[in-house]
Design a protein around this ligand. Structure first.
Ligand code: AMP
Length: 175
């Protein structure tokens, strides 16, 4: 592992039993708060793409927004949010999913992305893959060209990438 990735990994703070007993919560806010780490995280997440390679970066509610919006600026693309159900004001597609802690429904605006757009999906963390799986189903409804799903952190033991068989999955840090 390169020293830059090690620095990112070392900055992730483990919070036992949050938000429920038994969950090891990976707190990425120490990365956000240090300019060189936040910058490095965005560079790793967007590698090897250059401006012009991607049309849109999609971020998943809520921590995914932070990285996806920064990545979109980095790649000079638009940013599109996938939000918890009931938050988006216009017409939406919706998908249900199970979480490591609970279940939920999320949504995307029906006109958010033109068909065939070269799209990156981004979130802070891949755990069971339920959230990202639902995001992929939403993007499939819009018939985008989904190039990759990228995560800052992956919890390997939960095998979330098994729920995303049809797209390339990449993560920067593994636990
Ligand atoms: P999953 O659907 O199980 O892959 O969960 C991924 C989503 O839930 C991401 O949006 C994460 O922000 C959040 N999440 C799940 N488990 C954790 C965890 N252990 N630490 C931090 N965030 C988590």
């Amino acid at each position: 592992m390169s020293s830059k990735i090690t620095a990112l990994k070392d900055a992730v703070r483990n919070i036992p039993d949050f938000p429920k007993p038994g969950i090891q919560f990976k707190d990425i806010t120490p990365i956000l708060g240090q300019a060189h780490l936040f910058q490095e995280a965005v560079e790793q997440l967007t590698f090897p793409y250059q401006p012009g390679d991607i049309d849109v970066v999609v971020g998943i509610d809520a921590r995914g927004f932070i990285f996806a919006a920064a990545a979109a600026l980095h790649l000079k693309t638009g940013f599109v949010p996938i939000r918890k159900k009931g938050k988006l004001p216009y017409q939406t597609h919706e998908e249900q999913y199970d979480l490591e802690y609970g279940s939920n429904e999320m949504a995307i605006h029906t006109d958010a992305i033109p068909k065939g757009s070269r799209t990156l999906l981004m979130d802070d963390l891949l755990a069971t893959g339920g959230t990202a799986g639902a995001a992929v189903r939403l993007l499939n409804k819009l018939e985008v060209n989904l190039l990759e799903a990228v995560f800052l952190v992956e919890l390997d033991a939960l095998r979330g990438r098994d729920l995303l068989p049809e797209i390339p999955v990449r993560s920067i840090i593994s636990f």
